[in-house]
Design a binder for this molecule. Structure first.
Ligand SMILES: [Zn+2]
Length: 164
């Protein structure tokens, strides 16, 4: 994805209160992020570990949402599937995250929940989680498919949150 500035990231949050947006802590490695290998920007807040952020380009606009981890990582013995990148794994864990809807719905306590890689690192996970990549005739094509699927599902989730 195209690089974002810190200001773009801070101004992207569609479902955050003014204080939530002001308190957002950028990823510690923000200046050295490998944007080329990111499909969305996702990270956990180091000061408020139950919070995370998912930011994506929608056209020329950076659009982001704040998500809240519901109950901590789920059982690591069970294989869980991330609903955004479809990676199934136990190593990093999958968590249930909820996002407050924008507008009046959100003020009424309306949220959207989904299972996502606990570290919000789907972009990395789809790049390392290619089992037996050499077995596939077209590993690059397989990755491209995963990337476009991930981007589409992130957009779908954000649209759900931002639908007023
Ligand atoms: Zn994922």
């Amino acid at each position: 994805m195209k690089r974002m500035t810190g200001i773009e990231v801070r101004h992207s949050l569609a479902n955050a209160s003014a204080s939530e947006a002001a308190n957002m802590v950028l990823p510690s490695n923000f200046v050295e992020l490998d944007w080329e290998n990111l499909d969305y920007l996702g990270w956990r807040d180091s000061h408020s570990p139950h919070l995370g952020y998912i930011i994506q380009w929608q056209g020329d606009r950076a659009v982001g949402i704040v998500v809240r981890e519901a109950d901590g990582p789920l059982s690591r013995r069970r294989m869980m599937m991330c609903q955004l990148c479809r990676a199934t794994h136990t190593e990093h864990g999958v968590s249930l995250f909820s996002a407050k809807r924008t507008g009046e719905a959100g003020e009424n306590g309306n949220t959207v929940g989904t299972y996502i890689c606990a570290n919000l690192g789907c972009s990395t996970n789809i790049r390392v989680d290619v089992p037996h990549a050499s077995y596939y005739r077209d590993p690059q094509g397989l990755l491209a498919e995963k990337v476009s699927g991930l981007e589409a599902r992130v957009t779908g989730f954000m649209n759900d949150v931002c639908r007023s």
